[in-house]
Write a protein that binds this ligand. Structure first.
Ligand code: SF4
Ligand code: SF4
Length: 396
């Protein structure tokens, strides 16, 4: 339980750091103008799917607003059909909800708005959601999700259910949901088993199962793993929202479909997925992502993913958590490699350093340099010792 608490606290600090890091980035985005981008408009997010049995229909490509600092970019996406917008009370220390609120001025009723709350005593959860309503400048939040849960116990948590039930009775939220980064299959199956929650947001991308080929086979033909759990959840009427769809955001070349468009198409090949919420920090990125709407993966997409996979295959951790606890020296491999992805994938140096520092000496990778042989077998075949060692050199 204490581990869960630490994870949440760490996550909060990370998000604040993310906001600062984004704010400090070179002013590339500032140079982009709405008008110039409008000269080559995106095709728009035309494809829609039902969000499970909520009665709500959503575009298959929505907006993950977590690192978007400019309200104009969110509005640009919404105006082009990305009418599912996801934020959280703790993103950018609360500022992200205010940005989303500004972005949705005048179009709030066209958007399915999702935010998040951490499990806490009932009164505290209710206060948190009421603060979100103020920040978002709205009377009701459509999807209110428990933030970052990872166990069946959290799915059945009494406080959380009581708070969300009261908020629904008061008309302040519409649909209760959860988000998960760890123990995802457990959470998906617990939600199916115990009812009450209608949506689950999961980290899901073309590297989520066992390598590209196995993942493609599983997504298309069935089987075990996260793809199957998502498919089952969708069939059971749970609205599945896919996040972390772009596998680290590494800049890579593509062909007919860009690798990032192919990554979205791959996720949407799973019929259990209702919508996706990729991060978007530029008008060009909005155009690129929304142009993937309705596109099938096809040969060109598979080729693009092969190239993407080849480009990141020796360094991108799928954050599956399957290697947790295997290092005899206590290295938090997932946490260390996530920090490395912030540095090498997203180019967020400050965020990467802060994330690595928060692991502390006990969970950091200082032991890797002198370790005889690595006891951690990654399901993606990553050279954990080499990557963790590199993370330590770059980020310690
Ligand atoms: S190389 Fe690093 S991660 Fe692997 S077992 Fe040794 S200390 Fe643990
Ligand atoms: S290192 Fe490999 S096994 Fe461990 S969390 Fe990352 S992808 Fe999963």
């Amino acid at each position: 339980m204490s581990g869960t608490t630490i994870d949440r606290r760490d996550a909060l600090k990370l998000l604040v750091a993310a906001a600062a890091a984004i704010a400090a980035r070179p002013a590339v985005r500032a140079a982009e103008s709405h008008a110039s981008d409008a000269a080559s408009p995106a095709a728009g997010a035309g494809e829609k799917r039902p969000l499970g049995k909520t009665g709500i229909t959503v575009p298959t490509i929505g907006v993950g607003a977590m690192i978007t600092r400019e309200a104009e970019i969110i509005r640009y996406a919404v105006d082009r059909g990305a009418t599912y917008v996801d934020t959280a009370d703790c993103y950018m220390g609360g500022e992200n909800e205010r940005i989303v609120g500004r972005a949705l001025k005048g179009v709030r009723n066209k958007v399915v708005l999702a935010s998040k709350v951490h499990i806490a005593p009932v009164d505290q959860m209710i206060r948190s959601v009421e603060n979100s309503l103020k920040s978002l400048d709205t009377d009701v939040i459509d999807i209110m999700q428990l933030h970052g849960i990872g166990s069946e116990g959290e799915v059945t948590d009494g406080n959380a259910r009581e708070a969300l039930r009261k908020l629904m009775d008061q008309g302040k939220i519409r649909v209760p949901g959860v988000t998960t980064h760890s123990g995802q299959e457990t959470v998906l199956r617990a939600v199916m088993k115990h009812g009450f929650y209608k949506t689950v947001a999961v980290a899901y991308n073309f590297r989520s199962d066992e390598g590209l080929k196995a993942a493609l086979r599983k997504a298309l033909t069935g089987g075990t793993g996260l793809s199957a759990a998502i498919r089952d959840a969708g069939a059971a009427g749970i609205g599945v929202i896919a996040m972390k769809t772009q596998a680290g955001g590494y800049p890579v070349e593509g062909g007919k479909l860009s690798p990032h468009q192919a990554a979205l198409a791959w996720v949407l090949e799973n019929p259990g997925v209702a919508t996706t919420i990729p991060s978007m920090v530029s008008f060009a990125q909005v155009d690129e992502n929304l142009s993937a709407s309705g596109k099938r993966l096809g040969w060109g997409g598979k080729k693009a993913l092969e190239l993407y996979s080849r480009a990141i295959g020796d360094r991108h951790c799928g954050l599956c958590g399957q290697c947790a606890g295997f290092c005899p020296s206590g290295v938090d491999v997932q946490g260390v490699l996530r920090s490395l992805t912030y540095y090498e994938g997203y180019g967020q140096e400050d965020l990467a350093r802060q994330s690595y520092r928060m692991l502390g000496s006990e969970r950091g990778a200082s032991s890797c340099a002198t370790c005889g042989s690595c006891a951690v077998a990654c399901r993606l075949g990553l050279n954990v010792r080499s990557l963790a060692g590199r993370a330590h050199v770059l980020l310690a």
